[in-house]
Design a protein. Structure first.
Length: 212
């Protein structure tokens, strides 16, 4: 595979191209009619050009291949997933999303879990709550790197508000985990952790650790 090549994945070749790949795979679920998908296309191409020698970049048209998106709970596009030990990365994002919430405006009247929502209503989407919803996750307060499937909302859950940097964020987190574990056998807490003082950012200001 050349560095700039993006692999077209289908329901038929998903197992061989993704699940049995000898490289980590980042796959972009898209459709021809999806405007946000076209907006992130340059980002996907740049990832292939920069990291194509280390990871496989792939795309799947959900209209032509409905089976795989259904299996992995793809509810909106664009959605980007990582495979090959990707469960570790996804569980980090689920367990501790970078942002506590986002505010959105309802575009039409609807009902959600018995609550009536009118067009124009302001809604707060609490990712820290949704990512530990016991209806969606077994034992949600347990950090399980083998959790699969893992339909977390850490990058916005898909659609036009999906995080454009999700693919790069997943890759950075994966490489950070791999390279840290290569260099150090153990990582242990070494002091009190300090949270960032913010109602929006779900992040730590400092987290002392001992590396050996």
């Amino acid at each position: 595979m050349t560095m700039a090549e993006i692999v077209d994945v289908t329901d038929q070749n998903f197992e061989s191209e993704v699940l049995k790949s000898d490289k980590p795979v980042i796959i972009d679920f898209w459709a021809e009619w999806c405007a946000p998908c076209k907006q992130i296309a340059p980002v996907i191409k740049e990832l292939a050009e920069q990291y194509g020698d280390r990871i496989k970049i792939a795309k799947m048209d959900i209209d032509s291949n409905p089976g795989t998106p259904g299996q992995y709970g793809i509810r909106a596009i664009p959605t980007i997933l990582s495979f090959k030990d990707g469960q570790v990365v996804e569980e980090f994002v689920r367990f501790h999303p970078a942002f506590a919430y986002m505010r959105r405006t309802a575009t039409r009247d609807t009902e959600l879990s018995g609550a009536e929502i009118k067009a124009g209503d302001k809604l707060a989407l609490w990712y820290v709550s949704g990512n530990r919803d016991e209806k969606a996750f077994d034992n949600p307060d347990y950090f399980d790197v083998r959790r699969d499937p893992n339909p977390h909302q850490g990058f916005g859950g898909g659609g036009r508000h999906f995080c454009l940097g999700a693919g790069l964020a997943r890759l950075e987190l994966k490489l950070w985990i791999e390279e840290t574990l290569k260099r150090f056998e153990t990582i242990e807490p070494d002091g009190e952790c300090e949270r960032l003082s913010s109602t929006f950012l779900n992040q730590w200001y400092s987290m002392p650790v001992r590396l050996t």
